[in-house]
Design a protein around this ligand. Sequence first.
Ligand code: GLU
Length: 239
Amino acid sequence: MCGIVGYLGNEEACDILIDALKRLEYRGYDSAGIAIWDKGTINVGRRQGKVDELRKIVCDQNFRGNLGLAHTRWATHGMPSERNAHPHRSEDIVVVHNGIIENYIELKGRLQREGLSFHSDTDTEVIPHLITSYRRKGLSYIDAIREALNDLRGSFALGIISENENLLVAVKKESPLIVGIGDGAYYIASDAPAILDRTNRFIFLEDGDMAVISHNGVTLIDLEGNTIERKVQTVQWSG
Ligand code: GLU
């Protein structure tokens, strides 16, 4: 269990995400990664070791864009390595995850029989492939995510982006995740201190909540697809 951050706004995402990730370093981790969306393409960078190692290889001209995700990993399934570092990808879908998918072996078998190939030893990689699998069956992006989540047993805080959607999707179940609301910008983070220099207005997601974030705002739904309401809370920070 380590850290997730995400950004959707009008500024360059890369430095914002790396700075926020640095503030989650205290949680401990073994590897770090980032994904930046730019006009229908997602570039992914991953590194074993420190966030500063990741910073060295990203935030150049290949990582320009106003939407992205970043992650620090504390390995639970699959050794600490670049190959197992998040984000994990399936076609256009890119996912970061904190938590444990308890039934990943069974899901992996099912997805491999459908012809999807795996590139890591993590439990997490089943998540993007499940979403791809449901999209291939004709579901919309959001419905495919919901169906995938309903197949998972275990704990998950997730950040999800797709090359085909200018959206940041966040999901929480038994792992921490908040949504930050700034001025024309939206954030997701495992905890508030990661993004308190950017905003002090937060939605504290509850278990089973899914936030669909676009430039027009945040829509919250549950895993059955019903719209839900959560208060935006202002946090006064004295630290
Ligand atoms: N279970 C996932 C993995 O081992 C996520 C670990 C984490 O929460 O950092 O890759």
